[in-house]
Write a protein that binds this ligand. Structure first.
Ligand code: HMG
Length: 389
């Protein structure tokens, strides 16, 4: 049997603020049931003016280093589609903020929400070459659509950090992967735009076609059969999307998509995403955190993962939960990430939505809003300035 490699530790961070969907519904006259029931979202995380993918990424990653040390981390892979620079990896800022050793490679990866899975697979390849090393994978994103557009209710923000290594304490990632790529314009964000452009209906269809393609390839590669999985962790742009995707998969497998099956397979994967919103690259890994925190003992049980990124790329793969994983969970800290957010009213949310860093090259401080351990203090000569509390 080959050396087990996978997720040794997992931590996530989100934002200072949260907008309840009740406030959005009251503003735009929508029946709140459309949000709570129709798309399955309760609230969405909103970054403060002095938060970004770097501060969230560092906040998510610091607890991993505190617990597991930094000496074995020789690679950092930062997955994002909310990049802050066309050249420099956001991971280099995080590397400095959390004090990693200089003998380390740092790189940024992009393919919409899928990139964290590419980063995980890259990490596994590196560890297979040298099992004494660990790779820090950080997925960090801010999801932004135009105000008053259909996508607005599916915004959110979070970072997930994973320490990937041999003999992992949480989840062993298995070899066969089902892969799928199709060139579609369902969702995209040209470099000159802050907010993503999306064809909502097309994006849902593209996601379902990708589930089908990735699953068929997974089967062809000799993957597990549907019945073996204890749960299915999907990318969750909104939690109801996981249900749509799973119904599609069940129909491909000739299975009835009854309520009990859906709840058993998905019900324990959605709680964090329902209150954080779409965190793009981090979303599926927040689903994993929810499942590990909420489910009864999953020791040695196989989990299915469906990672999707618009544009589009998907990967279906499996992981088996390690013995003793419960002692490595961060359930209390995860609940605190959600509970500590301060609710915004609609006007406060709109003000933050409209906020952007000045681009004139001058010296500018950002309003001190966040109470987290890292903040974006300002910008000077087009350089972002971060500080640690
Ligand atoms: P919409 O068109 O305003 O909503 O936007 P709708 O009319 O389709 O309604 C949504 C659901 O609510 C429907 O259920 C309605 O029936 C229901 P469904 O038919 O889908 O089962 N509904 C109600 N339910 C209960 N009570 C009510 C009520 N009213 C309606 N009163 C849409 C929805 C998702 C299109 C929009 O939010 C959007 O464009 N979001 C952004 C795109 C997106 O998230 N796409 C998902 C797939 S693509 C993806 O996952 C990749 C992504 O994460 C990006 C990346 O990869 O980087 C986005």
């Amino acid at each position: 049997m080959s050396l087990p490699i996978g997720i040794h530790d997992l931590s996530f961070a989100s934002t200072e603020f949260v907008l309840p969907h009740t406030a959005l519904a009251a503003h735009n006259g929508t029946d709140v049931a459309k949000y709570h029931v129709g798309i399955g979202q309760q609230s969405m995380s909103v970054p403060a003016a002095d938060e970004d993918i770097v501060t969230m990424g560092a906040t998510a990653a610091a607890p991993l280093v505190d617990r597991c040390g930094k000496d074995r981390i020789r690679t950092v892979v930062f997955a994002t589609e909310s990049s802050i620079d066309q050249a420099k990896s956001a991971g280099v800022y995080v590397h400095s903020l959390i004090g990693l050793v200089p003998s380390c490679r740092v790189v940024e990866m992009k393919q919409a929400c899928y990139a964290a899975t590419a980063a995980l697979q890259f990490a596994i390849g590196l560890i297979r070459r040298d099992p004494s090393q660990q790779v820090l994978v950080i997925a960090s994103d801010v999801s932004t659509y135009e105000p008053d557009s259909p996508g607005e209710a599916t915004q959110g923000a979070a970072a997930a950090a994973m320490l990937v290594g041999a003999d992992p304490a949480l989840v062993r990632i298995e070899e066969p992967s089902g892969l799928f790529t199709a060139d579609v314009m369902d969702f995209w964000r040209p470099n000159y735009r802050e907010a993503a452009l999306v064809n909502g209906r097309e994006s849902v269809g593209a996601y379902l076609r990708a589930v089908e393609g990735a699953w068929k390839d997974y089967t062809k590669q000799g993957g597990r059969s549907w019945e073996e999985f204890a749960a299915f962790v999907y990318h969750q742009p909104f939690t109801k999307m996981a249900y749509k995707a799973h119904r599609h998969l069940l129909s491909l497998c000739g299975r009835p998509a009854d309520r009990d099956t859906l709840e058993r397979d998905l019900g324990r994967t959605t709680a964090y995403n329902a209150v954080i919103g779409n965190s793009y690259t981090a979303s599926m890994y927040l689903g994993l955190a929810t499942l590990l925190d909420q489910a009864d003992d999953l020791t040695d049980r196989p989990l299915a993962f469906l990672s999707y990124g618009s544009g589009s790329v998907a990967e279906f793969f499996a992981g088996t939960v390690a013995a003793g994983y419960r002692t490595h969970l961060r359930t209390g800290a995860n609940h605190e990430v959600i509970a500590r957010r301060r609710p915004l009213d609609h006007a406060g949310y709109r003000a933050l939505h409209a906020w952007s860093l000045p681009a004139d090259g001058g010296d500018h401080s950002t309003p001190a809003q966040t109470t987290g351990p890292y903040r974006l203090a300002g910008v000077s000569g087009h350089k972002r300035l971060y500080e640690t509390r």
